[in-house]
Every structure is written in structure tokens, then in C-alpha cells.
Design a protein around this ligand. Structure first.
Ligand code: DAH
Length: 341
């Protein structure tokens, strides 16, 4: 009776062990058959009711079955481990041929891009770059440019004063004076960099950038100035754009003019950017005022010159049709990413 039971336990256990689908289930089988209160332990208890002479033989059989099941368990355990490791590896396999995740690289700021484009055009005309200090002596920002103290022309720009005799430069024109004082003539320079004014709205920033050209030579006329600006406008904004000069006033130029170009967005037809006029103002210009030459101790009329100054953000606004100048210092990446070169 007990022997038959033992045989059926053995068969059932071997089949179950071989078919165990996972290490966990295999372990449960071990507990069920070989554990402390497992089937084999139970059947050993039945030995007590056997006749004395049958006991040794039955005990031996139980031990054989135990050894057999333990061996089957070890084999199944190893096989399952192998299977589980290889399926884990297959699941975690990395496909080295997949394209890498693209990461956003930084872009150049549109003000920087436009500045470089302006340099490139002007370099072809023989101009080289100058920068100059951001904190300027009153003398360079105003006085030497023929804007004396208490002169109404000082009100043309809202100035940040550092102290009585120093300001945050309100324009790049003082670079003209530094060049005239220190460089050999004839001269063709581009002054550029940040400038500061106490002004902020949809078309003005307290901190913006300017670009300034100064040409000094022995014979310089309005015709040279107009030719240079017209060339620049066509090269920078695109061919076919017209330039127009309106008489104006700047203390450091005489005569002075304001420069308009035909609107590059609507090509002169009229749009919201040019306020339906077809023209857009881009900056000021003129022939260097003899008073400026005098301040820099340069002989006039032996030496003559022209100058012009543009706002760089304004050039970018016109070129790209941007509505609000305040987008430039905001540095929202959604804005900046549109200018990837
Ligand atoms: N400095 C002037 C301003 O910021 C712009 C300007 C006008 C510059 C005429 C010039 C010039 O060089 O000739 O408003």
C-alpha cells in the first residue's frame, strides 16, 4: 500500500518538477514534496504502521525517491535559471543600431547673427571692428561729439548717469572719438556693442546694440555716404531694396540725415511693420561735423568724413519681421531656436 503511494508521489513529483515554469513554482514544489511537512516526510510517518521486517526496505525506498527528487530539482533549477537569464537578457538587449537621441545644441543669438552679417558686408568695404568702454566719460559720450552740457541735444537720449562725469554709453558714437584720437588716417572703422538708455516699450530696450561706421579720408562727400549705405542695405536685406535719406539733425554730423529703406517684408507695398508707408527707418547718418574733428585735433578740411549709426535689434526686427523688440533679451528658447543658421 505505502509502496504504491510512494511510487505515485514519485511520478507526480518528477512530472511536476520537470514541467515547473519558473524558479518560484519549482521552489514551491520542493516545499510540497521534500519540505518538513512535505509528502515524503508524511509518508515516513506511515512507516510506524508497517510490519517490522518491511521497515528497512521501505525506508531505503523513501530515501532513494528523496535523492531522485533532489537531483531532479537541482537539474530543473539550473535549467530554469539559464532560461530565465537568457530571456532577461533578450528583454534588456540594447539595439546599438538605433539612432541616438538628439540633444538640443545651443544656437547663436539673433543679435549676434545679425552683427556678424553686418561685419561681413562692411569688411568687404575695408572696415574693421572697434568696441570701446561701456562706461564712458561724459566727454566721449557727449562733449567731444558736440553735445555740450546743458545743450538741448542731451535730451535726445535718456541717459543713465554713473556719476557727474561718467555715463553708461547711450550710443556707439563715442567709439568714433576714440578712433580719431588714437588711429592713423585715412580710417574706416565699425564701432559696435551694447548701449544703454532709460527707455522701454514695444520698440525700445534699455540695453540694446548699435553699429556705427566712420570713414575719414581726404575727400569724402554725401555721395560716398549714400553709396555706402545703399550698398550695405542691399547686401544685408536683399537686392532691389531702395534707400532714402531725409534731412535731420545730429550734433556730430553736418549735414545730417535719417536713413529709410523700402520695407523688406512687403517690398514697399505697405504692411503692419512699416505702418503701411512702405518705408522703414534704419538709423542716422551724416558728414562728420568739423567740431568733432576739432575735438579730436584733426585737421579739417584736409580730412573729411562720414558716419552712420544703426540699431542692431532694429535691423533684426526688420529683417525677420519681428513684432516686439523685447523678445531679444527675453531669451525664450522657442524664439531663439528659430534662428539656427
Ligand atoms: N548716435 C546716434 C544715436 O544713437 C545715431 C547716429 C546718427 C550715429 C548719426 C551716427 C550718425 O554715426 O552719423 O541716436
Amino acid at each position: 500500500m505505502s509502496t504504491t503511494k510512494l511510487e505515485s508521489i514519485k511520478d507526480a513529483a518528477l512530472t511536476a518538477i520537470k514541467a515547473a515554469p519558473s524558479s518560484k513554482e519549482l521552489y514551491d514544489l520542493k516545499v510540497q514534496y521534500l519540505g518538513k511537512s512535505g509528502s515524503l516526510t508524511e509518508i515516513m510517518k506511515e512507516m510506524a504502521s508497517l510490519p517490522k521486517e518491511e521497515k528497512p526496505l521501505f525506508g531505503k525506498k523513501v530515501n532513494e525517491v528523496k535523492a531522485l527528487l533532489e537531483q531532479a530539482y537541482t537539474e530543473a533549477e539550473e535549467a530554469l535559471k539559464k532560461k530565465e537569464i537568457s530571456s532577461k537578457m533578450a528583454a534588456e538587449e540594447i539595439d546599438m543600431t538605433l539612432p541616438a537621441m538628439s540633444r538640443f545644441k545651443g544656437t547663436q543669438h539673433p543679435v549676434h547673427i545679425v552683427t556678424e552679417e553686418i561685419f561681413t558686408v562692411m569688411a568687404r568695404l575695408g572696415y574693421s571692428i572697434r568696441t570701446g568702454p561701456l562706461i564712458e566719460k561724459d566727454y566721449y559720450n557727449f562733449e567731444a561729439l558736440n553735445i555740450p552740457a546743458d545743450h538741448p541735444a542731451r535730451d535726445m537720449q535718456d541717459t543713465f548717469y554713473i556719476d557727474k562725469s561718467h555715463v553708461l554709453r547711450t550710443h556707439t558714437s563715442p567709439i568714433q572719438i576714440h578712433s580719431l584720437e588714437t588711429e592713423k588716417l585715412p580710417l574706416r572703422v565699425i564701432g559696435t556693442g551694447p548701449v544703454f538708455r532709460s527707455d522701454s516699450d514695444i520698440s525700445h530696450l534699455p540695453n540694446f546694440h548699435q553699429i556705427e561706421a566712420l570713414c575719414v579720408d581726404e575727400k569724402v562727400s554725401m555721395a560716398d555716404l549714400k553709396g555706402t549705405i545703399s550698398f550695405f542695405v542691399r547686401e544685408f536685406f536683399g537686392p532691389g531694396l531702395k534707400t532714402r535719406f531725409r534731412p535731420s539733425f545730429f550734433p556730430f554730423t553736418e549735414p545730417s540725415a535719417e536713413v529709410d529703406c523700402s520695407c523688406p517684408i512687403c517690398k514697399g507695398k505697405g504692411c503692419s511693420l512699416c505702418k503701411q508707408s512702405g518705408w522703414i527707418e534704419i538709423g542716422g547718418c551724416g558728414l562728420v561735423n568739423p567740431k568733432v574733428f576739432q575735438a579730436a585735433k584733426i585737421e579739417y578740411p584736409k580730412w573729411q568724413g562720414f558716419a552712420f549709426g544703426f540699431g542692431i535689434e532694429r535691423m533684426a526686427i526688420i529683417k525677420y519681421g519681428i513684432e516686439d523688440i523685447r523678445l531679444f533679451p527675453e531669451n525664450d528658447v522657442r524664439f531663439l531656436r528659430q534662428f539656427v543658421k
